[in-house]
Write a protein that binds this ligand. Sequence first.
Ligand SMILES: [Ca+2]
Ligand SMILES: [Ca+2]
Ligand SMILES: [Ca+2]
Length: 331
Amino acid sequence: MKTHAHLYASFATVLVPAMLAGVFAPSAALAGGVTAGTLIENTAVANFDEAGVPRSINSNTVTVRVDELLDVTLTSLNPGPITAGAGTTVLTYELINQGNGPEAFRLTPNTAVAGNDFDVSFRAIAIDSNGNGTYDEGVDQILAQPQTTDVLAADARLTVFVLVDMPQGTADGQNSNVELTAQAVTGTGSPGTSFSGAGVGGGFAIVGTTGAQANARGALVNAAASLQLVKSVSLRDPFGGTSAVPGTIATFTIEARVSGTGAVSNLVVTDAIPDGTTYAPGTLALDQAALSDAADGDAGTASDTSGIAVTLGNVPAGTTRAVTFDVVIDK
Ligand SMILES: [Ca+2]
Ligand SMILES: [Ca+2]
Ligand SMILES: [Ca+2]
């Protein structure tokens, strides 16, 4: 150690970045250490007096080229399970090239993680081309299979999106995990495994402590809204009773009950006017507020021939909407 300390103190050690010939750029500390391909040159100096005259001689120079370390980390950027509904869900991961040289990484998704309540279907892997941290359809690049990143510089970070689709029939509150694996394209293996000639400048590429591969898990929970449609009828006969005779007014109530989590969208309730009855004009109502029979600005239409239709649109879970209308039993 003393010898080394002396050599450094005498400026006999110089670092020559092979990639940037002639340019010495003191860089921030790299995760992977000194940049791959760097030449570490070392010349010893001896000072002495010869017959009272100060003399100095140099040793031969020893040159060591720094090999390339292959290391990678991958983390999920979703702080907890993503609440996912029908359609596509985006999980976000961050890949960091922890090596000391340029490297591309192969990305492999696994949607069938042990313990899943259900498995999502894999759609695509995209990279955050515009670097804003969120997935932008049509802007962020979808990777072709086999999904492989561009070559990333040492210490470069890349935000990766995994797009998955919710299978139909998944119950509210069910959980699923999606695992992403990143592997150095040059090779993976136990730490210390070396690939001759595969490193920067034709040097060795050596697998680092991460094994040159990493995986991370993102989680999602299904927020499913389910719809129940319940129909009931009450009767008022011409005699003040509740018998079903010609002339009896039948009031139908259709309840749309949305439960679970999330919402249903584009909800439209329709009903035909039963044979043997006639629609009682002006009786259509939604949650006891009258709707006009005409197709106009409100949510409802009604006629004897076409029946009733009420547009409810987006209805959040935990909501019940009630549509009512009257028919008269034909005489
Ligand atoms: Ca490389
Ligand atoms: Ca983006
Ligand atoms: Ca209307």
